[in-house]
Design a protein around this ligand. Structure first.
Ligand code: ADP
Ligand code: CDP
Length: 239
């Protein structure tokens, strides 16, 4: 598969066209960003760690029946994916309250949410990714009711699978963000699942092992991602 024209350059990944119309090359760069791109930095090995972390998780989800865009890794920091028609929407599930939810509703940090809370956000950095509901999605035609239902069903299904996976690694899956797109009429999981887009706390110490280390200048960002990978048995190749 040949790497061709750059299709889109996001804050952390670059998407390239390939010689197949339906396949993209997803490159994980070392760039880290937070606060809708207002804080940016380069973190050594981030691209390699996240590419291989994402491959492990999306492969595991596929084995559990969740259809994803992931095809295969082709280098330490690049993967091939199916080209999706992405919804401009972020799907967030929270098992514990933290981050923007605490700022918005004044609830205690770490509060257990039972049932887990589902939220939609509009993917728009300039607007600060605002919270939206299903009516916004329908009225602005960002997705249909059946697409909404499918995104919610899949996001909750991912929660069941990954909560258990991380629990066995002595980690709490606090919250996470997923993005979906359409492929041949079906809703597929796209983008990535890495410690960049979720929150993971050590079960005993509640130490943060995710992108909050970057957001809050706690240090050892990539070392923490690697610690999570180690606990899951993911072998990361940094060559
Ligand atoms: P951003 O800065 O937009 O948060 P990234 O740096 O993660 O994003 O860049 C990846 C971009 O590619 C995102 O806009 C994401 O929605 C999009 N994307 C992810 N997976 C696919 C896919 N399979 N097909 C098309 N676009 C995708
Ligand atoms: O980061 P912040 O506190 O502003 O956002 P949040 O709404 O509490 O984020 C919920 C979860 O979604 C966290 O795991 C974030 O890492 C993730 N997220 C993301 O990956 N990308 C975004 N644009 C927004 C949230």
């Amino acid at each position: 598969m040949e790497k061709q024209k750059l299709l889109a350059q996001g804050k952390a990944k670059s998407m390239y066209e390939t010689d197949s119309e339906s396949v993209l090359l997803m490159e994980f760069r070392d760039d880290a960003s937070a606060f809708d791109g207002k804080k940016m930095s380069a973190l050594n090995n981030k691209g390699k760690v996240n590419n291989q972390f994402n491959a492990f998780i999306l492969d595991l989800l596929a084995k559990q029946g969740i259809e994803t865009h992931f095809i295969e890794t082709i280098s330490t920091h690049e993967s091939l994916v199916k080209k999706l028609d992405m919804f401009p929407i972020e799907c967030v599930v929270r098992n514990r309250a933290t981050g923007s939810l605490c700022r918005r509703l004044g609830v205690e940090d770490g509060l257990i949410l039972d049932p887990p809370l589902f939220e939609f956000f509009l993917k728009d950095d300039a607007l600060g990714d605002p919270l939206i509901n299903e009516n916004h999605i329908l009225s602005f035609k960002w997705a249909s009711q059946s697409d909404i239902d499918e995104m919610k069903r899949l996001t909750f299904q991912v929660n069941e699978i990954l909560r258990e996976l991380f629990d066995k690694a002595n980690l709490i899956l606090v919250d996470y963000k997923l993005e979906f797109g359409k492929f041949e009429g079906r809703v597929l999981l796209g983008d990535e699942f890495t410690p960049d887009g979720c929150r993971l706390w050590d079960k005993d110490t509640l130490e943060k092992l995710d992108k909050d280390r970057f957001r809050q200048d706690l240090g050892d960002v990539i070392e923490s991602y690697q610690e999570v990978a180690n606990r899951l048995g993911i072998e990361i190749n940094l060559d």
